[in-house]
Design a protein around this ligand. Structure first.
Ligand SMILES: Cc1cc2nc3c(=O)[nH]c(=O)nc-3n(C[C@H](O)[C@H](O)[C@H](O)COP(=O)(O)OP(=O)(O)OC[C@H]3O[C@@H](n4cnc5c(N)ncnc54)[C@H](O)[C@@H]3O)c2cc1C
Length: 557
């Protein structure tokens, strides 16, 4: 008889492991145990089923036990829960989810992919709150959304919370999002996330940040500031915790963040037990240490690697960058690696670049605004993270940057990437190339840049804030106290401008760079404001928690 492999959890990580195992080993007996009623379902599609964008529930069910048997000879048992593991006997105890007799199942290799469970805080009234994790949750939420609720409150403005809010609003339900942090989408930095909040506001979703829910009442929620928000429907998406119940009971080691501890190829502390997916701690590609990242791509990759490992193939360790993407109405937000807040907290040296290109050549119809942020180590050029928010071209830029990061490219090497170009798709200098040019300028010391949060301090130290945009641009909104000398008249006006030092800015940083270089050449001290007025304005709106100021910022041109 071939090796007996038992897999706990039949969705992303578990099913990837199962099918890869079969391809590698036709003789293995492979049993997949899944406590819910479905396997291989598209949990990432659940919010869109709630919103009616995906109309047919069957579209979420990518496989059935029958089909998996026919193609892969997998023994898939839904409605079957694993309630205990005995690592010394190499058995798991199994029971029907609906209740019934327990039986023991032996294994030669055991793969745990039990996922994560939504956080359920002990708030008064929380039992009437809905969560979104399984097909059953989505059915329940879609049913409640159909029943014409007078309003919905989504607690938590992370990825799942915002997707849920968008989809409830899509159904015509008055929706509010409440977030305890001072911004939505904390994996992004505030000046990027505020653009996402602005898109929510633009589409009629109320965004409340810096406030927590303290109680769920019969017809809404109560916030920390005492405000009551109406909502028949209350959904919580305040994060997930790795489901480690079985692992803990079996005495497997956990990591510092409470996930199952695994080695680089997915082995737990017990012989022949592997673990993958949301339940485990992953090696972080930036810091190297363990981290908890719950993403489908990582679970799938880990599932494949664990199957390789069980079959004795050489395995490349799976590192995680946390590359993620989100659609919020017409805007896409995406990131990879660490954000600035995390780098600052870690004490690691970094530099920042903001840019505001268009998704493709601005002269070709349909070009969309795009905000990009790159974080890199000025000492060795290592790319530490990137963020993008915009109406078009976000996905390919973040994927190129994630690939560059994984490949270990230096930030300035982005300048030399030969990326596909024709006007409907990009620019001859793609926005990613432009980030490379800017990184080159910073790394070579050719141009000194300042960040928006440095402006106030520079002013205190006597710097002149110089706006080199046109008079019309200056009049439509400028940094308070700034002097307007348009770039094209800078040379003529130099004698009247004093000797500086100058903090130069334009709309997005490009004219500011030219002006700063000119001033340098003339022997003056000057710094260019990174990302120009556009980034400064976003940073100010983020600090004030007033995304409504930016509803036009990413408007279609
Ligand atoms: C609404 C939603 C949207 C998402 N959107 C995205 C997205 O757009 N992009 C992205 O990258 N990620 C997304 N994710 C996250 C992604 O779905 C997870 O990272 C991924 O599914 C994790 O895979 P996993 O195998 O670890 O766990 P899961 O896919 O959750 O599978 C775990 C399975 O194990 C079963 N199980 C647990 N314990 C037992 C037991 N004792 N016995 C038997 N069965 C058990 C559970 O029932 C569950 O079906 C989303 C998640 C949700 C909930």
């Amino acid at each position: 008889m071939g090796r007996r492999v038992v897999i706990v959890g039949g969705v992303a990580g578990g099913m990837s492991a199962a099918t890869r195992l079969r391809r590698l080993d036709e003789d293995a007996s492979i049993v997949v145990l899944e406590r819910s009623g479905h396997v291989s379902y598209a949990n990432c599609g659940l919010p869109y089923f709630v919103g009616g964008v995906i109309e047919d529930e069957d579209d979420l069910l990518l496989q059935t036990p029958q089909r998996l048997f026919e193609r892969f000879r997998l023994d898939v048992r839904v409605g079957t829960e694993v309630v205990a593991i005995d690592p010394s006997e190499h058995t798991v105890t199994v029971r029907p989810s609906a209740g019934g007799a327990e039986t023991a199942l032996p294994y030669d290799a055991l793969v745990l992919s039990p996922g994560a469970a939504p956080v359920r805080p002990p708030l008064p009234g929380f039992d009437r709150v809905q969560v979104l994790r399984t097909v059953e949750d989505a059915e329940q939420l879609a049913g409640a959304a159909h029943a014409s609720p007078r309003g919905a409150v989504v607690i938590g403005a992370g990825f799942v919370g915002l997707e849920t809010a968008e989809n409830l609003a899509h159904r015509g339900i008055a929706t509010s999002v409440v977030e305890m942090a001072d911004q939505v989408l904390t994996p992004l930095d505030p000046e990027m996330a505020v653009l996402v909040a602005a898109e929510l506001v633009r589409n009629g979703v109320e965004v409340i940040t810096g406030s927590a829910v303290t109680e769920i009442t019969d017809d809404g929620v109560v916030l920390t500031n005492g405000r009551q928000l109406a909502g028949d429907l209350v959904v919580a998406a305040i994060g997930v915790r790795p489901d480690v119940r079985l692992a803990e009971m079996a005495g497997l080691a956990l990591g510092p963040w409470g996930g199952i501890a695994v080695d680089p190829v997915g082995r737990t502390s017990a012989p022949d037990i592997y673990a993958v997916g949301d339940a485990v701690e992953k090696a972080d590609s930036v810091g190297g240490g363990p981290s908890l990242i719950a993403l489908a791509n990582i679970a799938n990759r880990q599932g494949r690697r664990v199957a390789d490992s069980i079959c004795g193939l050489p395995v490349r360790p799976v590192l995680s960058q946390g590359t993620a993407i989100l659609k919020v109405f017409g805007v896409t937000a995406a990131l990879t690696g660490w954000n600035e807040s995390r780098l600052r907290a870690s004490g690691r040296g970094y530099r920042v670049i903001h840019s505001h290109p268009t998704s493709h050549a601005s002269y070709y119809p349909g070009a969309q605004p795009l905000a990009l942020k790159l974080l890199f180590d000025p000492a060795d050029g290592a790319i530490l993270g990137a963020q993008a928010v915009g109406r078009g071209g976000v996905d390919k830029r973040i994927d190129v940057l994630a690939t560059a990061m994984e490949a270990g490219l230096r930030a300035d090497a982005l300048a030399d990437l030969e990326l596909a170009y024709a006007p409907p798709f990009s620019s001859a200098k793609d926005p990613v190339n432009m980030l490379g040019y800017m990184a080159e300028n910073v790394m070579s010391g050719e141009c000194d840049v300042a960040e928006p949060d440095e402006v106030a301090e520079l002013v205190v130290h006597g710097w002149t804030v110089l706006d080199v945009r046109t008079e019309a641009e200056h009049d439509s909104g400028a940094i308070p106290g700034s002097v307007n000398v348009p770039l094209d008249s800078l040379r003529e006006q130099l004698p009247t401008m004093g000797t500086g030092p100058f903090l130069v800015y334009c709309q997005v940083g490009q004219r500011g760079h030219t002006a700063t270089m000119l001033l340098h050449d003339l022997g003056m001290v000057a710094r260019n404001l990174d990302g120009g007025y556009t980034t400064w304005e976003a940073a100010e709106a983020a600090v004030a928690q007033e995304p409504q100021r930016l509803v036009g910022a990413l408007a279609e041109p």
